[in-house]
Design a protein around this ligand. Sequence first.
Ligand code: ADP
Length: 214
Amino acid sequence: MKQQKPVIILFGPQGSGKGTQGKKLTEKLNIPYLETGQLLRNEIATGSEDGKRFASYMDKGNLVPPEDAIALMSKKITQAVSDKGGAVIDGFPRSAEQAKGFPEDINLTHVLLIDLEDKESIRRLSARRNCPKDKKIYNMITNPPKNNETCDDCGTKLVQRDDDFPKAIQQRLDVYHRDTEPLIERYKKMGLLHRINGMPSIEEVEKEIWKIFE
Ligand code: ADP
Protein backbone atom coordinates (compact mmCIF):
# COMPACT_ATOMS: atom_id res chain seq x y z
CA MET A 1 0.00 0.00 0.00
CA LYS A 2 1.46 3.36 -0.98
CA GLN A 3 0.60 6.02 1.58
CA GLN A 4 2.58 9.21 1.01
CA LYS A 5 -0.04 11.76 2.02
CA PRO A 6 -1.98 12.57 5.19
CA VAL A 7 -4.85 10.41 6.38
CA ILE A 8 -7.08 12.77 8.36
CA ILE A 9 -10.13 12.17 10.52
CA LEU A 10 -12.46 15.15 11.07
CA PHE A 11 -14.31 15.32 14.37
CA GLY A 12 -16.75 17.89 15.59
CA PRO A 13 -20.42 18.31 16.36
CA GLN A 14 -23.06 18.78 13.69
CA GLY A 15 -22.72 22.14 11.99
CA SER A 16 -19.11 22.70 13.08
CA GLY A 17 -18.04 22.97 9.46
CA LYS A 18 -16.47 19.55 8.89
CA GLY A 19 -17.92 19.28 5.40
CA THR A 20 -16.97 22.81 4.34
CA GLN A 21 -13.45 22.57 5.73
CA GLY A 22 -12.98 18.94 4.71
CA LYS A 23 -13.65 19.76 1.08
CA LYS A 24 -11.20 22.68 1.14
CA LEU A 25 -8.55 20.46 2.67
CA THR A 26 -8.96 17.72 0.08
CA GLU A 27 -8.55 20.28 -2.71
CA LYS A 28 -5.37 21.68 -1.21
CA LEU A 29 -3.85 18.29 -0.41
CA ASN A 30 -5.21 16.62 -3.54
CA ILE A 31 -6.65 13.60 -1.73
CA PRO A 32 -10.19 12.15 -1.72
CA TYR A 33 -12.90 13.37 0.64
CA LEU A 34 -14.87 10.55 2.25
CA GLU A 35 -18.10 11.84 3.72
CA THR A 36 -19.83 9.01 5.54
CA GLY A 37 -23.26 10.70 5.77
CA GLN A 38 -23.27 11.53 2.05
CA LEU A 39 -22.17 8.01 1.08
CA LEU A 40 -25.09 6.66 3.12
CA ARG A 41 -27.48 9.18 1.54
CA ASN A 42 -26.23 8.08 -1.92
CA GLU A 43 -27.22 4.50 -1.03
CA ILE A 44 -30.66 5.72 0.12
CA ALA A 45 -31.09 7.53 -3.21
CA THR A 46 -30.67 4.24 -5.12
CA GLY A 47 -33.83 2.92 -3.41
CA SER A 48 -32.04 -0.31 -2.38
CA GLU A 49 -33.06 -2.41 0.63
CA ASP A 50 -29.85 -1.31 2.41
CA GLY A 51 -30.74 2.30 1.68
CA LYS A 52 -34.24 1.91 3.13
CA ARG A 53 -32.76 0.40 6.26
CA PHE A 54 -30.21 3.24 6.60
CA ALA A 55 -32.97 5.86 6.21
CA SER A 56 -34.95 4.35 9.08
CA TYR A 57 -32.04 5.19 11.44
CA MET A 58 -30.86 8.41 9.85
CA ASP A 59 -34.19 10.24 9.61
CA LYS A 60 -34.48 10.01 13.40
CA GLY A 61 -30.91 11.20 13.94
CA ASN A 62 -29.54 7.81 15.03
CA LEU A 63 -26.40 6.05 13.75
CA VAL A 64 -26.74 3.19 11.28
CA PRO A 65 -25.52 -0.13 12.79
CA PRO A 66 -21.73 -0.21 13.35
CA GLU A 67 -21.17 -3.19 11.06
CA ASP A 68 -22.72 -1.27 8.16
CA ALA A 69 -20.60 1.82 8.80
CA ILE A 70 -17.43 -0.27 9.17
CA ALA A 71 -18.08 -2.32 6.02
CA LEU A 72 -18.72 0.80 3.95
CA MET A 73 -15.94 2.99 5.28
CA SER A 74 -13.09 0.51 5.68
CA LYS A 75 -13.49 -0.32 1.99
CA LYS A 76 -13.58 3.36 0.95
CA ILE A 77 -10.59 4.32 3.12
CA THR A 78 -8.44 1.45 1.90
CA GLN A 79 -9.33 2.23 -1.70
CA ALA A 80 -8.63 5.98 -1.35
CA VAL A 81 -5.25 5.44 0.28
CA SER A 82 -4.13 2.84 -2.24
CA ASP A 83 -5.30 4.95 -5.22
CA LYS A 84 -4.44 8.47 -4.06
CA GLY A 85 -2.06 8.02 -1.13
CA GLY A 86 -4.26 9.63 1.54
CA ALA A 87 -7.76 10.76 2.52
CA VAL A 88 -9.88 13.17 4.53
CA ILE A 89 -12.46 11.16 6.46
CA ASP A 90 -15.60 12.91 7.73
CA GLY A 91 -18.00 10.99 9.95
CA PHE A 92 -16.08 7.81 10.70
CA PRO A 93 -15.45 6.45 13.28
CA ARG A 94 -18.33 7.72 15.38
CA SER A 95 -18.11 5.26 18.27
CA ALA A 96 -15.56 3.11 20.10
CA GLU A 97 -16.87 0.06 18.29
CA GLN A 98 -16.38 1.73 14.91
CA ALA A 99 -12.88 2.88 15.87
CA LYS A 100 -11.92 -0.78 16.30
CA GLY A 101 -13.03 -1.32 12.70
CA PHE A 102 -10.69 1.34 11.29
CA PRO A 103 -8.40 -0.47 8.80
CA GLU A 104 -5.33 -1.60 10.74
CA ASP A 105 -2.83 -1.19 7.94
CA ILE A 106 -3.66 2.49 7.40
CA ASN A 107 -1.39 4.99 9.13
CA LEU A 108 -3.68 7.67 10.56
CA THR A 109 -1.71 10.95 10.63
CA HIS A 110 -4.08 13.70 11.91
CA VAL A 111 -7.31 14.00 13.87
CA LEU A 112 -8.87 17.46 13.63
CA LEU A 113 -11.50 18.41 16.15
CA ILE A 114 -13.61 21.44 15.24
CA ASP A 115 -15.22 22.65 18.46
CA LEU A 116 -18.67 24.22 18.62
CA GLU A 117 -21.29 24.73 21.30
CA ASP A 118 -24.66 22.99 20.90
CA LYS A 119 -26.52 26.29 20.79
CA GLU A 120 -24.55 27.38 17.72
CA SER A 121 -24.89 23.91 16.11
CA ILE A 122 -28.66 24.12 16.36
CA ARG A 123 -28.68 27.68 15.01
CA ARG A 124 -26.57 26.71 12.01
CA LEU A 125 -28.31 23.44 11.15
CA SER A 126 -31.76 24.99 11.30
CA ALA A 127 -30.54 27.51 8.70
CA ARG A 128 -28.83 24.93 6.44
CA ARG A 129 -30.22 24.43 2.92
CA ASN A 130 -29.00 22.04 0.23
CA CYS A 131 -29.20 21.94 -3.53
CA PRO A 132 -30.73 18.53 -4.33
CA LYS A 133 -29.12 18.60 -7.78
CA ASP A 134 -25.43 19.46 -7.30
CA LYS A 135 -25.35 18.89 -3.48
CA LYS A 136 -24.01 22.39 -2.82
CA ILE A 137 -24.60 23.48 0.79
CA TYR A 138 -25.81 26.94 1.85
CA ASN A 139 -26.61 28.55 5.15
CA MET A 140 -29.31 31.19 5.27
CA ILE A 141 -27.38 33.04 8.01
CA THR A 142 -23.68 32.60 7.25
CA ASN A 143 -23.52 31.63 3.58
CA PRO A 144 -26.83 32.49 1.87
CA PRO A 145 -27.58 31.99 -1.85
CA LYS A 146 -27.73 35.11 -4.04
CA ASN A 147 -31.36 34.56 -5.01
CA ASN A 148 -34.01 33.62 -2.50
CA GLU A 149 -33.54 29.91 -1.65
CA THR A 150 -32.28 28.80 -5.10
CA CYS A 151 -28.86 27.37 -6.00
CA ASP A 152 -26.36 29.98 -7.31
CA ASP A 153 -24.94 27.47 -9.81
CA CYS A 154 -27.99 25.71 -11.24
CA GLY A 155 -31.04 27.66 -10.01
CA THR A 156 -32.65 24.60 -8.39
CA LYS A 157 -34.90 25.25 -5.39
CA LEU A 158 -32.97 24.53 -2.18
CA VAL A 159 -34.28 21.95 0.31
CA GLN A 160 -33.72 21.03 3.96
CA ARG A 161 -32.25 17.63 4.84
CA ASP A 162 -34.69 15.17 6.44
CA ASP A 163 -32.60 15.22 9.62
CA ASP A 164 -32.15 19.02 9.80
CA PHE A 165 -35.28 19.55 11.88
CA PRO A 166 -35.20 20.33 15.63
CA LYS A 167 -35.98 16.85 16.99
CA ALA A 168 -33.45 15.01 14.80
CA ILE A 169 -30.82 17.74 15.27
CA GLN A 170 -31.04 17.35 19.06
CA GLN A 171 -30.84 13.56 18.75
CA ARG A 172 -27.72 13.79 16.52
CA LEU A 173 -26.06 16.10 19.05
CA ASP A 174 -26.94 13.70 21.88
CA VAL A 175 -25.43 10.80 19.92
CA TYR A 176 -22.32 12.90 19.22
CA HIS A 177 -21.78 13.69 22.91
CA ARG A 178 -22.54 10.15 24.05
CA ASP A 179 -20.84 7.98 21.41
CA THR A 180 -18.41 10.09 19.42
CA GLU A 181 -16.91 12.60 21.86
CA PRO A 182 -15.34 9.91 24.10
CA LEU A 183 -13.17 8.89 21.13
CA ILE A 184 -11.35 12.22 21.28
CA GLU A 185 -9.42 11.08 24.35
CA ARG A 186 -8.16 8.03 22.46
CA TYR A 187 -6.68 10.13 19.66
CA LYS A 188 -5.29 12.68 22.10
CA LYS A 189 -3.36 9.88 23.82
CA MET A 190 -2.04 8.81 20.41
CA GLY A 191 -0.72 12.36 19.92
CA LEU A 192 -2.78 12.90 16.78
CA LEU A 193 -5.33 15.44 18.01
CA HIS A 194 -5.52 19.07 16.81
CA ARG A 195 -8.27 21.23 18.31
CA ILE A 196 -9.74 24.12 16.29
CA ASN A 197 -12.35 26.67 17.33
CA GLY A 198 -15.30 26.41 14.94
CA MET A 199 -16.92 29.74 15.88
CA PRO A 200 -15.00 32.15 13.57
CA SER A 201 -15.76 32.67 9.86
CA ILE A 202 -15.21 29.92 7.26
CA GLU A 203 -12.05 31.72 6.05
CA GLU A 204 -10.59 32.09 9.53
CA VAL A 205 -11.20 28.44 10.43
CA GLU A 206 -9.67 27.44 7.09
CA LYS A 207 -6.52 29.45 7.93
CA GLU A 208 -6.23 27.85 11.37
CA ILE A 209 -6.48 24.37 9.88
CA TRP A 210 -3.99 25.09 7.14
CA LYS A 211 -1.35 26.10 9.73
CA ILE A 212 -1.22 22.42 10.74
CA PHE A 213 -0.28 21.28 7.23
CA GLU A 214 1.91 24.13 5.98
P1 ADP B 1 -24.12 15.06 10.78
O1 ADP B 1 -22.73 14.73 11.16
O2 ADP B 1 -24.33 16.53 10.68
O3 ADP B 1 -25.16 14.39 11.62
P2 ADP B 1 -23.77 13.48 8.39
O4 ADP B 1 -24.20 13.81 7.01
O5 ADP B 1 -22.32 13.36 8.66
O6 ADP B 1 -24.42 14.62 9.29
O7 ADP B 1 -24.49 12.15 8.87
C1 ADP B 1 -25.87 12.01 8.72
C2 ADP B 1 -26.33 10.71 9.36
O8 ADP B 1 -25.69 9.60 8.71
C3 ADP B 1 -26.01 10.52 10.84
O9 ADP B 1 -26.93 11.16 11.68
C4 ADP B 1 -26.09 8.99 10.94
O10 ADP B 1 -27.42 8.54 10.93
C5 ADP B 1 -25.49 8.53 9.62
N1 ADP B 1 -24.03 8.29 9.78
C6 ADP B 1 -23.04 9.07 9.34
N2 ADP B 1 -21.84 8.56 9.69
C7 ADP B 1 -22.10 7.42 10.38
C8 ADP B 1 -21.31 6.42 11.02
N3 ADP B 1 -19.96 6.48 11.04
N4 ADP B 1 -21.92 5.41 11.63
C9 ADP B 1 -23.25 5.30 11.64
N5 ADP B 1 -24.07 6.19 11.07
C10 ADP B 1 -23.51 7.24 10.44
